[in-house]
Design a protein around this ligand. Structure first.
Ligand code: ADA
Ligand code: CA
Ligand code: CA
Length: 226
């Protein structure tokens, strides 16, 4: 079709649409907020933050989710805080940071950033439900003596499911129960600390490299390799 004809036709069509659409039909639908965060959301001590399934992504002020260190988290959970029902989309910068005791429930990392979650200060961190996938290196990074309990969680496609800060000798107790862990380039848990422990139970795993690297205290029962 000749261009002038197309243009004429388009104009006619447009005119007819314009004339038949009553003014009340002016679109009123608003696009849902994308949840782009340029500042870290702080879950204060003792507070419960329920995202009700909303998706959050990092703005450039937090980071690009690459392997560059020093990016900021989308969420910071302080001592006694609970974060639940949130989705972290791409890019997720440095994910979630915890300070002290923290509960993380039903968190979905759709595309892990530099890492998914970091224990920044000592405490017991309980991660229940949810999933994480697509990380270049670490999924969970442990930077302080702590207890990390993961259950009913699905982790896939990363370097390590859990990594205690390289070269650190503090004690970390890891428990993994009822999880599904697959496609890790290196390990499920890697540590350089001779006092750190892992107890893995009722967990299915597939293609995880060397299950545990550097861990001297290992307890396992009811696990299945598939
Ligand atoms: C690496 C890095 C640490 C720290 C850590 C993290 O292990 O060497 O300095 O940045 O990652 O918390 O992501
Ligand atoms: Ca890192
Ligand atoms: Ca990090």
């Amino acid at each position: 079709m000749k261009k002038w004809l197309t243009t004429a036709l388009a104009a006619t069509l447009l005119a007819s649409v314009v004339t038949i659409v009553p003014t009340t039909a002016i679109p009123t639908t608003t696009v849902e907020a994308a949840g782009v965060q340029n500042t870290t959301i702080i879950v204060k001590a003792g507070e419960v933050y329920d995202g009700k399934g909303a998706r959050f992504i990092a703005g450039s002020a937090l980071g690009d989710g690459s392997q560059k260190e020093g990016q900021k988290p989308i969420f910071r959970v302080e001592n006694g805080g609970t974060l639940k029902n949130v989705v972290l989309g791409y890019p997720a910068a440095d994910g979630v940071h915890t300070y002290g005791n923290a509960t993380l429930e039903n968190i979905v990392w759709e595309d892990i950033g530099e890492d998914a979650m970091t224990i920044k200060e000592s405490g017991t961190v309980t991660l229940k439900g949810g999933s994480a996938t697509n990380g270049d290196d670490k999924m969970f990074q442990i930077n302080a003596a702590s207890t990390f309990k993961v259950s009913n969680f699905k982790g896939s496609k990363a370097g390590k499911f859990i990594r205690q800060l390289g070269g650190s000798t503090f004690k970390v107790n890891v428990t993994i129960d009822n999880c599904d862990i697959s496609d890790m380039k290196e390990a499920i848990f890697r540590t350089d600390s001779s006092t750190s422990t892992v107890k893995m139970t009722n967990t299915r795993y597939h293609n995880v490299g060397t299950k545990f690297i550097g861990v001297k205290n290992i307890t396992e029962s009811g696990n299945t390799s598939y």
